[in-house]
Design a binder for this molecule. Structure first.
Ligand code: FE2
Length: 371
C-alpha cells in the first residue's frame, strides 16, 4: 500500500529524568528489569548519561543531563518533571518512513542520521508528538554492540536483585492532551503514520459522578502499535486528565502498558519489590462475583492483588492494574496488562472502579476541586 511506512513494532521508549542513575535503579529493583547498557563519559559521551533497562522484549532508556550544555534535557525535566521524551518504532527503512510521514504532514524534529562506531551503525529520524515528545523511526539491525553506538556494558548497578516480574513488552502507550486537542492528534497519527481509529469513547462513556474524559484509540495498520489519546471532559470536579495537564504543564505521555503472561505473579512480585498500585474498592470484587463470569483466575487471587478484570469485551477478557505515578508529580504511571483469549480493549469496563480509586488519591493531593 502506498502509505505504509514499514513499521515493524515498538523498539524502545526514552525518558528524560532528573537522575538517570537513580531512575535506572528504581526500574531494576521495582520492575525486576535488567540494566544492560550505559552511556556517559566512560563511553565517550559528555554532558549526559543514559541507562538501558530491559525486560523480555522491552527496552526503556532513562537519560539525564550532567552539564548545562544539555539544556534540552534539563529544560524538559524542569518544565514537565520526569517524563517520556520519545517512543521509537522499529521500521524497515528509516529514511522512507520519515520522508513518508513528513510528506503526509508530520513535523520533523530530527532528520535522518546514521550513527556508527566499530560495532556497526544505527539509523534514526524523528517527528513531533504532543507538546514536547517525539516519535522516532529506528533501525538497529546493522549494529552488533550494546544497543547503540556510545553505549557500553553497564559499569554500575549490575547486581541488583529483585523478585522476578515477567514483564514482556509494550502493549500500548497513552497520551493526555488538552480540551479540543484529541481529534487533532488522532488525525495527525492517522495521516502521518498510516494509523486508523480503532475505538472511541464519547461523553458519558467514561465518567463518574464527578469527573470525565473523552478517549480515542488509534492503531497502526501494519504492526501491533496501539495509542489511546485522552482529553478531559467537563465534570463537576477536576478529572485526572486535567490534573495531568496542570501538573505536567502540557500534553504528553500518561502511561505505558506492559504485558505479562501471568499478571497475578507479576503484581504480587512487583508489590514485594515495593511498587505502589491503585487499590480498587472491595465492592468491585463483590460486583465481579455477582456477575458469574467465566475466567481462568480465581477472583480471590485477583482481589488479594487488587487486579482488575474487564470481561465486557466481545472477545476474551483482560486483566490489568495501574501503578501510582512513579515520579514526584501525579503524571506518568505504568499499567500491567494480560490479555486473555484475544481481548482487544483497554479496560473500559474497569474505568468506573479505577476512576473512583484515582479520585481518592486526587482528594489526598488536594487536586480534585477546581481552584
Ligand atoms: Fe492503558
Amino acid at each position: 500500500m502506498a502509505n505504509n511506512l514499514g513499521i515493524l513494532g515498538y523498539d524502545y521508549v526514552e525518558f528524560y529524568v532528573g537522575s538517570a542513575k537513580m531512575c535506572a535503579y528504581w526500574h531494576a529493583k521495582s520492575m525486576g528489569l535488567k540494566i544492560t547498557a550505559y552511556s556517559g563519559s566512560e563511553s565517550g559521551v559528555k554532558g549526559k548519561v543514559s541507562y538501558l533497562i530491559e525486560g523480555d522484549n522491552l527496552r526503556i532508556v532513562v537519560t539525564s543531563a550532567v552539564d548545562p550544555s544539555e539544556f534540552k534535557i534539563s529544560s524538559f525535566v524542569q518544565k514537565h518533571g520526569d517524563g517520556v521524551k520519545r517512543w521509537a518504532l522499529k521500521v524497515k527503512d528509516v529514511e522512507y518512513a520519515f520522508d513518508t510521514a513528513v510528506k503526509n504532514g508530520a513535523v520533523p524534529v530530527s532528520t535522518y542520521k546514521k550513527i556508527e562506531d566499530k560495532n556497526g551503525y544505527i539509523e534514526e529520524a524523528a517527528v513531533k508528538l504532543y507538546d514536547d515528545a517525539e516519535i522516532v523511526f529506528s533501525k538497529r539491525d546493522n549494529y552488533k554492540g550494546q544497543f547503540k553506538p556510545y553505549f557500553i556494558e553497564p559499569i554500575q548497578h549490575i547486581n541488583i536483585e529483585a523478585h522476578k516480574t515477567g514483564l514482556k513488552e509494550i502493549d500500548h502507550i497513552v497520551g493526555n492532551v488538552r480540551i479540543n486537542e484529541m481529534d487533532f492528534w488522532v488525525n495527525y497519527l492517522n495521516k502521518t503514520l498510516n494509523f486508523e481509529t480503532f475505538l472511541e469513547f464519547g461523553m458519558g462513556d467514561i465518567s463518574t459522578k464527578y469527573s470525565a474524559l473523552l478517549s480515542k484509540v488509534v492503531r497502526s495498520k501494519e504492526a501491533d502499535i496501539k495509542n489511546p489519546i485522552n482529553e478531559p471532559y467537563e465534570g463537576l470536579k477536576k478529572s485526572q486528565i486535567e490534573e495531568y495537564i496542570d501538573e505536567y504543564l502540557g500534553s504528553g505521555i500518561q502511561h505505558i502498558a506492559i504485558s505479562t503472561d501471568n499478571i497475578i505473579e507479576t503484581i504480587a512480585n512487583m508489590k514485594k519489590n515495593g511498587v505502589d498500585f491503585l487499590e480498587p474498592p472491595d465492592s468491585y470484587y463483590e460486583m465481579l462475583r455477582k456477575e458469574n463470569i467465566d475466567i481462568t483466575e480465581d477472583i480471590a487471587d485477583l482481589q488479594e492483588n487488587g487486579i482488575l478484570c474487564d470481561h465486557t469485551e466481545s472477545k476474551g477478557y483482560l486483566l490489568q492494574l495501574f501503578t501510582k505515578p512513579i515520579g514526584d508529580r501525579p503524571t506518568f504511571f505504568y499499567e500491567i496488562i494480560q490479555r486473555r483469549n484475544g481481548a482487544e480493549g483497554f479496560g473500559q469496563g474497569n474505568f468506573q472502579a479505577l476512576f473512583e480509586s484515582i479520585e481518592k488519591d486526587q482528594i489526598q493531593r488536594g487536586n480534585f476541586d477546581r481552584d
